[in-house]
Write a protein that binds this ligand. Structure first.
Ligand code: 4AD
Ligand code: MG
Length: 466
């Protein structure tokens, strides 16, 4: 066994602080992405995950070292005293690491078997998905992990730093079905005292309570839905970003806020494009295409808004010209995914906010409009994906809310009395939205299957093996 030195330089730090002249480094650790063994020299592409870039390692006198002769993709290495050499003119990398005396300076920390399945050549995503313990080591899945992490940072920058909003931590166990869609997972344990406890489908109701204490707040937390549909846009366990704003009285205010939020996140992505995007895997991450999309999204004028009623009109016209394969658009019915994708993808060719849906298409808590038929809500639809955000003003009138709950046969055992009574205890007009984190990542990076955007996806019809 070798001792892993306490201080080593990460590949990211190497790239950030390339010295002007040749320099001997202390230690570098990482995994072999690929290796090429020649008579007089060996080359390794080494990565350590601190960045989406590999570093080229050049080893002199490879035949002298048994370790070098048996180097394999996937091995974990530690390299002592490499010399950082500038490689003027090289397009991809301004430097490489030279290892002299490999017997002394190169050590294997973790070996691989002959069956190590990841090789340099591009594997199909279908194949990689069968390797849940290894696939994150690939450039693609590694980039997705890093993107996710950076996005969380951008959320904090926007909500906490720019908007002075508090990040709160609502619970996962709950007795309420926020969305009323009956898609909850039941929690089963003899220690639970409530007769029915569920995993939350949305933390909104708890956020509403907290917003009466701290005003504007937000969270990013796991949500669970027993979705039967195994589609590229549904997970059983996903992360939802939810924001709740106090003192807003119009949907326009909520939509403007949502646009500002999206613009801020996309701008931060754009500004950090070098660390977020790689051009090493163009078929999976098409950098120029993604940058064009981000440029388009930074301009608020490119976010359209129409009412549900207008949307149905446009869809009906289209249906007459060329029927939608599965569903005829009809006022009073929810928009189907095929409608959403066509509206955003083919018709507007941009994200579109659709507002004021019929009340029976939406959840009980949404604020009733003056027409008494529609509610003050929006869905944000985007090309390829359909809905990625749902938001609304919340009904703040006690009687209207009580009536609506009765009409829906809800609150029979008074389990939502607390929610109603909040309207009598200094409630403020308020509203908010929920963004599906994985759908957002899929859209921003052009990932066609949402399962690739979350580590260890849990979705209908796929078993949980680890
Ligand atoms: O539209 P939804 O159901 O809205 C709510 O839950 C509100 N309570 C949010 C709020 O106002 N605070 O869900 C919000 C978003 C959807 O637009 C979608 O992006 C995502 O959550 N989502 C899913 N993502 C992946 N897999 C699923 N099964 C999802 N269900 C919803
Ligand atoms: Mg929705």
């Amino acid at each position: 066994m070798f001792n892993v030195p306490k201080r080593y330089i990460s590949v990211k730090a190497l790239y950030e602080t390339v010295p002007k002249t040749e320099k001997q480094l202390d230690v570098i650790n990482g995994w072999v992405r690929s290796v090429r063994l020649l008579k007089k020299v060996a080359f390794i592409d080494l990565y350590d995950g601190s960045t989406n870039r590999d570093v080229k390692v050049v080893i002199k006198e490879p035949e002298e070292s048994d370790v070098v002769k048996s180097l394999k993709t996937g091995q974990c290495l530690t390299i002592h005293s490499p010399i950082l050499k500038l490689t003027n003119g090289s397009r991809t990398q301004a430097f490489e690491l030279l290892v002299e005396n490999p017997t002394k300076n190169l050590q294997v920390l973790g070996h691989v078997t002959e069956h190590y399945p990841l090789q340099k050549k591009g594997h199909s995503l279908e194949f990689l998905r069968t390797l849940p313990t290894l696939k994150y080591r690939t450039l693609y899945y590694g980039s997705l992990l890093r993107f996710r992490s950076h996005m969380e940072e951008y959320f904090i920058n926007f909500f906490n730093k720019q908007e002075n909003m508090l990040k709160v931590s609502p619970p996962i166990f709950t007795v309420n079905d926020c969305e009323g869609a009956g898609e909850q997972f039941l929690v089963n344990s003899p220690v639970l005292q409530d007769k029915e406890t569920f995993l939350t489908v949305s933390t909104q109701l708890h956020l509403e309570i907290l917003s009466t204490a701290v005003s504007n707040c937000w969270t990013l937390s796991p949500c669970f839905r027993a979705e039967k549909s195994a589609t590229p846009r549904h997970l059983m366990e996903f992360w939802m970003l939810e924001a709740e704003l106090s003192f807003i009285t119009s949907l326009d205010e909520l939509i403007s806020f949502t646009k500002r939020f999206l613009q801020s996140i996309v701008t931060q992505c754009y500004e950090n494009q070098d660390s977020l995007l790689t051009d090493q895997i163009p078929t999976l991450i098409n950098k120029p295409e993604i940058l064009l999309k981000w440029e388009m999204l930074r301009d608020l004028d490119n976010w359209k808004t129409i009412s549900y009623t207008e949307a149905i009109k446009i869809l009906t016209e289209q249906h007459k010209k060329q029927p939608f394969p599965r569903y005829e658009p009809q006022w009073g019915e929810p928009l189907q995914t095929e409608h959403e994708k066509w509206l955003a993808g083919s018709h507007f060719k941009s994200p579109v906010f659709v507002t004021d849906y019929p009340k029976d298409c939406k959840a009980f808590y949404m604020k009733l409009n003056d027409d008494k038929n529609t509610v003050a809500c929006f869905d944000l639809l985007v090309p390829e994906m359909g809905e990625i955000i749902g938001g609304s003003l919340r009904e703040d009138n006690y009687n209207t809310l009580q009536y609506e709950m009765q009409r829906r046969n809800m609150n029979k055992d008074g389990e939502l009395d607390w929610y109603l009574e909040m309207r009598q205890q200094g409630g403020a007009p308020h509203g908010g939205f929920g963004l599906g984190f994985e759908r957002f990542i899929s859209y921003l990076l052009g990932v066609s299957n949402i399962k690739d955007t979350i580590p260890f996806p849990r979705s209908a019809n796929s078993s949980i093996s680890l």
